[in-house]
Design a protein around this ligand. Structure first.
Ligand SMILES: N[C@@H](CCC(=O)N[C@@H](CS)C(=O)NCC(=O)O)C(=O)O
Length: 212
């Protein structure tokens, strides 16, 4: 398997965590954002969406972290990233999707670049935008984690799930943009625990081969 990745990409971070949790070996193929390597023709031919990550697996190239992770979970069911019960699966997906669909797309690099270049926002303006959407999203997930986490170690129940795979990279990004996380003690506690697990620790941006 080849993972098209960038050390700081939180969507690639999710896939690295999932690959590690499943104990799967892969080769990292870095695509540097500062050099627009994710928009080069060579990469666009593999992933026409022009976003990181993509995974070359089983003779095809898959894009979108959720599609990739669900495929890995289907092909390698242990440890499961979704609970067995359909209602519980929906609850886990709800937390993961709140990050994937409500927070991350508003704070993606191209959105922040647009705010800077087209809307003439400075670092303060961009940071204010970034932190606003993290707070909005985390508020709901904090409530859900309070309700569904068994012991404050995982977002749902007492086992790792898709929601955890999505939480840790978003937390990493939130800290990078100096978001005040004190209103989200449950999420901070869960993330601190998860970051201590080897599969999550090995996926951290700063330990990737392309880290700068
Ligand atoms: N929904 C996509 C998001 C992918 C995505 O936006 N990746 C970011 C990095 S985290 C990216 O490639 N950004 C490039 C850009 O904004 O130009 C997924 O989950 O894979």
């Amino acid at each position: 398997m080849k993972l098209y990745t960038f050390f700081r990409s939180s969507a690639a971070f999710r896939v690295r965590i999932a690959l590690n949790l499943k104990g799967l070996q892969y080769e990292s193929v870095p695509k540097h954002f500062a050099r627009n390597e994710h928009l080069a023709a060579e990469y666009m031919a593999l992933n026409p969406q022009g976003l990181i990550p993509a995974l070359a697996v089983d003779g095809v190239v898959l894009s979108q972290s959720l599609a990739i992770i669900e495929y890995l979970n289907d092909r390698h069911p242990v440890p499961p990233l979704l609970p067995a019960d359909p209602l519980d699966r929906a609850r886990v997906r709800s937390m993961a999707l709140a990050i994937a669909c409500e927070i991350h797309p508003l704070n993606n690099l191209r959105v922040l670049n647009y705010l800077r270049s087209e809307l003439q926002q400075d670092d303060d303006g961009v940071g204010t935008w970034y932190r606003h959407w993290v707070r909005e999203g985390f508020r709901g997930i904090e409530q859900q984690a309070r309700e569904f986490s068994a012991a404050g170690r995982y977002c749902f129940g007492d086992a790792v799930s898709l929601a955890d795979v999505y939480l840790v990279p978003q937390m990493f990004n939130a800290r990078r943009f100096k978001t005040d996380l004190t209103p989200f003690p449950t999420l901070v506690g869960i993330s601190t625990h998860l970051e201590s697990l080897p599969a999550f620790a090995a996926a951290r941006p700063e330990v990737q081969p392309d880290a700068q």
